[in-house]
Design a protein around this ligand. Structure first.
Ligand SMILES: [Zn+2]
Length: 130
């Protein structure tokens, strides 16, 4: 059985968006038959969606570039338009396939998949279309 694991120091703040993210991560462990490692939850960030429990970072160190791209697109599909995923790197990748999905951030301590509710939105949405 594969599971979602948490790196030492990761903390969680309960949020509805966080439940969706962790649920999709758990589904991923079953779909890809591997453990996933959350490297940041509500810790390590003072701004954005992390402190409110609405963003998580996932380690990519166990994956080759093809696997990173595959998991990125799988997450985008599974999370849908109310969330977004970015492959965040401290400096540009040398791999073309990774360049296509990367977001270079000098603040990133290493390559990871950043997943959160869509920017500028609240989750769950305050209005529901019937
Ligand atoms: Zn993040």
């Amino acid at each position: 059985m594969n599971v979602v694991r948490f790196a030492p120091g990761v903390t969680l703040v309960p949020s509805s968006a966080g439940v969706v993210l962790l649920s999709v991560f758990q589904a991923a462990t079953q779909h890809f038959h591997e453990d996933w490692l959350v490297t940041s939850g509500s810790d390590s960030h003072t701004t954005g969606a992390h402190p409110t429990g609405e963003a998580f970072d996932v380690s990519v160190f166990a994956w080759n570039p093809t696997q990173v791209v595959e998991r990125y697109h799988w997450l985008v599909t599974m999370l849908g338009p109310l969330f977004y995923v970015q492959y965040e790197v401290p400096e540009s990748s040398v791999v073309l396939a990774l360049q296509a999905i990367q977001v270079v951030s000098a603040k990133a301590t290493g390559p990871h998949l950043h997943c959160q509710r869509a920017r500028g939105t609240v989750y769950p949405p305050t209005t529901v279309s019937a």
